[in-house]
Design a protein. Structure first.
Length: 552
């Protein structure tokens, strides 16, 4: 009888070994074991739970023969049983439904579970999970069954670990390729929105998850701002701030966080929102740019899953690649904005300069023209392209401009503002320009640039000349009136005396001479009258180089 039992165990062991050796995915290994063991071991159900090293909790790996409600219970077993398993000892219970210390006893009873054999799954003397065999009929597990089951659980541990290792190796190769592709994609654009969209769309696809979010820190407030998402509803995304969630705090401190069951983990605040969204598990990783954490990336799964080390490393690496690309894109965005502002300021300044009516130019200390407004361009009959960069002195070639008195030269030599009135003779006349130059001093106190303003003062000069002529005219008129007044008194006396003399003279010839004198005196009187009423005069040629004045 014992020999037959040993042969049966040997067949079961060989079958499990064969089955597990044919499968390289540890999830398939677990699924194969829980489906096969009930028939081989004459039990009703089997479960495998894996130990989450981060939380020291056993999370569901695979199950067969049990309801979802029973599997989702909070408490797996009593505290004593869990301590025994964590210590590496198997625990067999015959009346599990009658146990008092179980917090979910009602679920055990409603499921109809009577007997349970709980076995630690070991690999290299470390607990990696637990295997549970359950019956709905009361059953006493013998020492041989427990011993065999322990050996079987150990084989299961080896199979799971091998499957994990193979999967990890396979994932590492796949993830390396994926990281390269993501790196290529995110670095192919400097548009921040394109970079963010590439990351949130690619990562959940690579990990087989529901969705992804990226939140970046705002330097001004140190708060997280949602900047990109994929696969998630607006209602879920608008649930509230997440800075105080423990998983986010850990990610912001630089550590990735994997959560198997978001509905029961105290590191999650918005459990109801996640349940409504259908989110079961979560992976939160920091987004880094160098050593600085600039945000948080969260990957959300709609099925319960324990993220493997290779998956976590992949997410961390992808987030770092994304962080560098995000920083580059933000820098480019800032540079573009700065250039746009500079261009806008330049346009604004150019418009102002072009509205200035005088000619305006700016030269550097080597006397190269670096700015010329439109008025100057029009006056020089040259385009801005032709003017910029030329030597300042070339502007005034063949013109009456004294280099010694040039205001730009004086500013460059003295560092002080200077002015000069410049005459230009052209076919259509003579023009006068007032040139005023001012220095622009650098931080070292040296003149870096010179601003010159050139005003056409021809009309002003003409007005000044006209005013001078008017002053001269007024002086002449006043002088003429004064002279006429001074002449009139002796003139009238002379005429009176001549007239009396004419009456006293007896000889006609003498009388004729006096008449001539009287006539000439009267002509002088007419002239003095003109002088007192004159409004202007003009000169005209007389004899040779002599000019005489004609009174108006």
């Amino acid at each position: 009888m014992a020999l037959m039992q040993e042969q049966k165990y040997l067949k079961v062991f060989q079958k499990i070994t064969k089955l597990t050796s044919m499968v390289l995915d540890h999830q398939q290994v677990m699924d194969t074991i829980v489906r096969t063991l009930p028939d081989l071991m004459a039990v009703d159900a089997a479960t495998i739970r894996l130990l989450d090293a981060e939380t020291s909790q056993f999370v569901m790996g695979s199950a067969h023969g049990l309801s979802a409600e029973y599997l989702s219970r909070i408490s797996i077993d009593t505290d004593e049983t869990m301590e025994m398993i964590l210590s590496g000892y198997p625990v067999a219970k015959t009346d599990a439904d009658q146990e008092v210390g179980h917090r979910d006893q009602e679920l055990v009873q409603s499921e109809g579970v009577k007997s349970v054999l709980t076995l630690p799954i070991l690999f290299q003397d470390s607990i990696i999970g637990m295997l549970r065999l359950l019956t709905r009929n009361k059953r006493v597990f013998t020492a041989d069954e427990i011993s065999f089951s322990m050996a079987l659980a150990e084989q299961v541990g080896i199979a799971i670990s091998n499957g994990r290792m193979f999967k990890e190796m396979e994932n590492q190769v796949d993830f390396m390729k994926e990281v390269q592709e993501i790196s290529t994609l995110v670095n192919s654009s400097l548009e921040l929105s394109d970079v963010l969209d590439t990351i949130v769309e690619r990562l959940p696809h690579s990990l087989g998850c529901k969705g992804c979010t990226i939140r970046l820190l705002k330097p001004q407030t140190n708060q997280l701002e949602l900047v990109a998402s994929h696969g998630l509803s607006e209602t879920y995304l608008k649930r509230g701030r997440v800075e105080n969630e423990k998983n986010v705090e850990a990610a912001l401190s630089g550590s990735p966080v994997s959560i198997y069951n978001v509905s029961r983990d105290d590191r999650i605040y918005y459990k109801e929102n996640m349940e409504e969204e259908g989110i079961k598990s979560l992976l939160s990783v920091p987004i880094k740019a160098g050593k600085e954490v600039i945000g948080v990336l969260r990957i959300l799964s709609e099925v319960p899953r324990c993220f493997s080390s290779s998956e976590i490393n992949f997410a961390v690496t992808a987030a770092e690649v994304g962080g560098v690309a995000i920083l580059n894109a933000k820098t480019y965005q800032q540079i573009t904005l700065l250039f746009n502002q500079i261009e806008e300021n330049e346009r604004f300044l150019a418009n102002i300069l072009d509205c200035i009516r005088p000619q305006l130019l700016v030269v550097d200390k080597e006397k190269h023209l670096i700015l010329a407004n439109k008025i100057l361009q029009k006056e020089m009959n040259r385009s801005e392209k032709d003017l910029l960069g030329i030597d300042y002195d070339d502007l005034w070639k063949d013109q009456e401009c004294d280099a010694k008195n040039c205001p730009v030269n004086r500013v460059l030599s003295t560092g002080k503002s200077a002015a000069f009135t410049h005459k230009i003779t052209q076919e259509d006349g003579t023009f006068w320009y007032e040139r005023t130059a001012s220095p622009m001093v650098g931080s070292d106190g040296e003149v870096e640039f010179v601003i010159e303003v050139i005003r056409d003062i021809t009309a002003k000069r003409q007005l000044e000349e006209e005013q001078l002529e008017r002053v001269k005219l007024q002086g002449v008129i006043e002088l003429a009136g004064t002279v006429a007044h001074e002449i009139n008194s002796p003139l009238f006396a002379a005429i009176g005396t001549a007239q009396l003399l004419e009456e006293d003279l007896e000889k006609q010839e003498f009388r004729d001479d006096v008449v001539t004198i009287i006539r000439n005196l009267k002509e002088i009187g007419v002239l003095t009258k003109k002088m007192t009423t004159m409004t202007g005069f003009e000169s005209r040629d007389y004899v040779g180089d002599t000019k005489i004045v004609q009174i108006k």
